[in-house]
Design a protein around this ligand. Structure first.
Ligand code: XIL
Length: 302
């Protein structure tokens, strides 16, 4: 195979990218994106502030632009994200209690209903655990509505779009020995035991010098999969350059390939210049659209 998507398809996996609606008029960008990837995540356009800027006034203009680009080019869509403490619209940031809980559930229902039938997998809840090393929940307005807010969101998403896989997505859950990883593992195990609808875990996999690819990464992937959920690498980017960066990409991709239920990899942007962390040059294409050493390592690994 000569493209990432076709290479991943050889093992029935996908290879995706984050897409930004504002770049869909850049033909250098769309040429690479269309050629190489077969799964699309909207980088910002389906988040809460974008889709419900005012309470109960939904705006799908930019999200639909990304979704339509994906479907018209034969690509599947990952929905990102229905419930998150960040990138909330102002009206939601100032809400609390039952009103916030109901607003969150309404948001999940409305957005998942709008995209029903078009989304392969939704990141239903994003980043609900804290980084403080004790495995606790992140303190947020959503968490303060009650510890069961995550399962309530998953149940609402299932009711609205029974055909979409429902994922819990987070960062810093790559190292199996970290408390945050264990906390998410315990959440998923509990959901499976109580038949709360959950189908997948998304490992964001944003790696840099302070947060390196852990040596036990493949243990993390296989351990989540053993709970009976799919695992997806959802926002991969790795700071660096040259052979060193290429080796790190190869390690991550091989960890997915080693686990049957690791169903795909998404990188968080097309070219380094498109990255939310552009100075880290963390992606597979340089700013001129040239394939980097990391690209070749991934293609060869797939
Ligand atoms: C980032 C986008 O890439 C940026 O454009 C935006 O300014 C902030 O959000 N975890 C996530 C993603 O789940 O939604 C974030 O995306 C990166 C971290």
């Amino acid at each position: 195979a000569t493209t990432l998507g076709a290479a991943a398809a050889q093992s029935s996996r996908y290879f995706g990218t984050a897409i930004s609606a504002g770049k869909l008029s850049d033909s250098a960008y769309t040429t690479i994106a269309n050629r190489e990837f077969d799964m699309v995540t909207a980088e910002n356009e389906m988040k809460l502030d974008a889709t419900e800027p005012n309470q109960n006034q939904f705006n799908y203009t930019s999200g639909d632009r990304v979704a339509n680009w994906a479907t018209s080019n034969g690509k599947r869509l990952r929905g990102h994200t229905l419930a998150w403490h960040s990138q909330q619209p102002g009206w939601m940031q100032s809400m609390s209690g039952t009103a916030l809980r109901n607003a969150m559930l309404n948001h999940v229902t409305q957005v998942a209903t709008h995209y029903r039938g078009k989304v392969y997998a939704w990141d239903v809840v994003n980043e609900a655990f804290s980084d403080n090393g004790d495995g606790s929940r992140r303190d947020s307005n959503l968490q303060r509505t009650g510890n069961d807010w995550i399962e309530a969101a998953f149940r609402a998403a299932r009711a609205a779009d029974p055909g979409a896989k429902l994922c819990y997505n987070d960062y810093n859950i790559d190292n199996w020995s970290h408390a945050k990883t264990q906390a998410v593992y315990n959440l998923v195990r509990d959901f499976k035991a109580r038949q709360v609808p959950i189908d997948c875990v998304g490992l964001q996999a944003h790696f840099n010098s302070g947060n390196p690819v852990p040596s036990n990464f493949s243990t993390t992937v296989s351990s989540f999969a053993a709970l009976g959920v799919d695992v997806q690498i959802t926002e991969l980017d790795i700071q660096g350059s040259g052979t060193d960066q290429a080796n790190k990409y190869r390690t991550v991709v091989n960890a997915c390939l080693a686990v049957a239920r690791c169903t795909g990899v998404t990188v968080w942007g097309v070219r380094d210049s498109d990255s939310w962390r552009a100075s880290d040059t963390p992606l597979l294409f340089d700013g001129s659209g040239n394939k980097k050493a990391a690209y070749t390592a991934v293609l060869d690994a797939l």
